[in-house]
Design a protein around this ligand. Structure first.
Ligand SMILES: *Cc1c(COP(=O)(O)O)cnc(C)c1O
Length: 449
């Protein structure tokens, strides 16, 4: 089988996610035959360094021997069982360990099978918890400008990336949007902390005026990933937590992308020392192996639903593959690696290597900013670095970086004109340097002419 043969078969029967399929008249599909560590290999032996962790899911490399072994063992015992009325060891142990490692006060795990569904669960649970307490007026959610929480209609409603949302607007829930603390937009000379604090005043005003109709505020802690890797200061989360307490509003932390070490701590909320009322996790939860998601919440929320059956207060939400044993086993093996290998400590070195390797781009005439939070580093390409004037989106300059990288053995998939690294944690400093060179050449190519 060659790449070309497989692409032809693919394009006659598949419809790919997040893709204008007509692009594939000139942009080749790349069929992958195998993966090992940070490397993906196609059917002609070309190798690609997976700098974006296959859409932010992979933590410890492809075909990781420890996760593979755990899955093989689980396969011999139990592939799946329903989670209503039944249970199994992997889901019990995983729940115990998640309660242990998540911020204090989160004591209950509710499972789903993808990130968007976890967001739906958190939204419904928040609304329903208030309802069960007799607060019928709380029907709205507050979201941040430029936020992303998934693609199903509820999750899309609380998201704010125009590209994904605009078309479906007539179908979506009405939400309240607060300006983002995104520090790319700060004034010259203003610190991240000052800007995030200043932006919090808008949020404070919304909560003060409208708390009676608000169920929850939903945020992506520290990094708005799909919103072009925009970042903000933890002080925003600190203030948000105390305002939510003051005004009687839930706080939903969507750590689907930033959880499991991406920001430098196991969970981003730790950097603000806060506990949300709902913590949504997916993506890295299974090390990038299998679809699984979880909402970890407080016993005080759980208690709002706990009553005699006839009172009809139960949370009657389910997905067929909720808490799948294979997914849970992959998650347990992933947590074992965090335990055994001092991953968070080693990532400090890798994060520094990413910073050093890209430092030369700081003065590039078409780079407005290089920003970094832990293991996420982003390079903002612009037409004019002093005014931050962007390139017209129609020019698709990020796509040129993507194509250049593929020809040079790397999978970089810029978000618009933002080139970013979010690699598996098994990447080496040498590989980081190679990646930075590919990115630099790609950026040079994409910004000339
Ligand atoms: C990816 C993502 C989601 C959606 O997860 P899916 O598994 O793709 O549905 C939600 N929130 C954030 C912050 C994400 O990055």
């Amino acid at each position: 089988m060659s790449n070309a043969e497989l692409s032809k078969r693919d394009l006659s029967v598949l419809w790919h996610p997040c893709t204008q399929m007509k692009d594939h008249e000139w942009l080749p599909i790349i069929p992958i035959r195998s993966g090992k560590g940070v490397w993906l290999e196609d059917f002609e032996g070309n190798r690609y360094l997976d700098a974006i962790s296959s859409w932010w899911v992979n933590l410890f490399g492809h075909a990781n021997p420890r996760i593979n072994a755990a899955l093989v063992q689980q396969l011999e015992k139990l592939e799946h069982v329903l989670l209503a009325g039944f249970s199994h060891e992997p889901v019990i142990e995983l729940s115990e360990r998640l309660v242990e490692i998540t911020p204090p006060g989160l004591d209950r795990c509710f499972y789903a099978d993808n990130g968007s569904s976890a967001v739906e669960v958190a939204l419904k649970m928040s609304f329903h918890a208030w309802l069960n307490q007799g607060k019928t007026g709380k029907t709205k959610f507050v979201t941040l400008e430029n936020s992303y929480h998934g693609e199903t209609l509820g999750a899309l409603s609380v998201g704010n990336v125009e590209l994904y949302r605009k078309t479906y607007k007539p179908l979506l829930l009405e939400t309240i949007t607060a300006p983002s603390p995104d520090c790319y937009l700060r004034e010259a000379g203003e610190s991240w902390r000052e800007y995030s604090l200043r932006q919090f005043e808008h949020m404070e005003k919304i909560l003060r005026r409208q708390a009676d109709e608000i169920c929850a505020v939903i945020v992506e802690p520290l990094v708005q990933c799909a919103g072009n890797m925009r970042m903000y200061h933890p002080v925003y989360l600190e203030r948000l937590r105390s305002a939510c307490d003051r005004y009687g509003v839930h706080l939903i932390a969507d750590e689907i992308a930033v959880g499991f070490g991406r920001t430098g701590t196991l969970f981003a909320c730790e950097q603000a020392g806060i506990t949300p009322d709902f913590l949504c996790l997916s993506k890295g939860l299974t090390g990038g192996y299998l679809p699984l998601s979880v909402v970890v919440t407080r016993n005080s929320i759980y208690d709002c639903f706990y009553d005699d059956y006839e009172n009809l207060t139960a949370f009657l939400h389910s997905h067929s593959y909720t808490g799948n044993p294979l997914g849970c086993q992959a998650a347990l093996a992933t947590l074992d690696i965090f335990n055994d290998d001092d991953v968070i400590g080693n990532n400090v070195t890798l994060a520094r290597a990413m910073q050093t390797a890209t430092a030369e781009l700081a003065d590039h005439p078409h780079v407005a900013e290089i920003r970094q939070t832990g293991m996420i580093l982003a390079i903002e390409m612009v037409r004019d670095r002093t005014t931050h004037e962007p390139w017209p989106w129609q020019e698709r300059r990020g796509l040129k970086v993507y194509q250049h990288a593929l020809q040079h053995g790397a999978l970089l998939r810029p978000l618009g004109n933002v080139v970013y690294f979010m690699p598996p944690y098994v990447i080496t400093p040498d590989e980081i340097r190679t990646l930075a060179e590919v990115a630099r050449d790609g950026i040079n190519l994409a910004t000339t002419g």
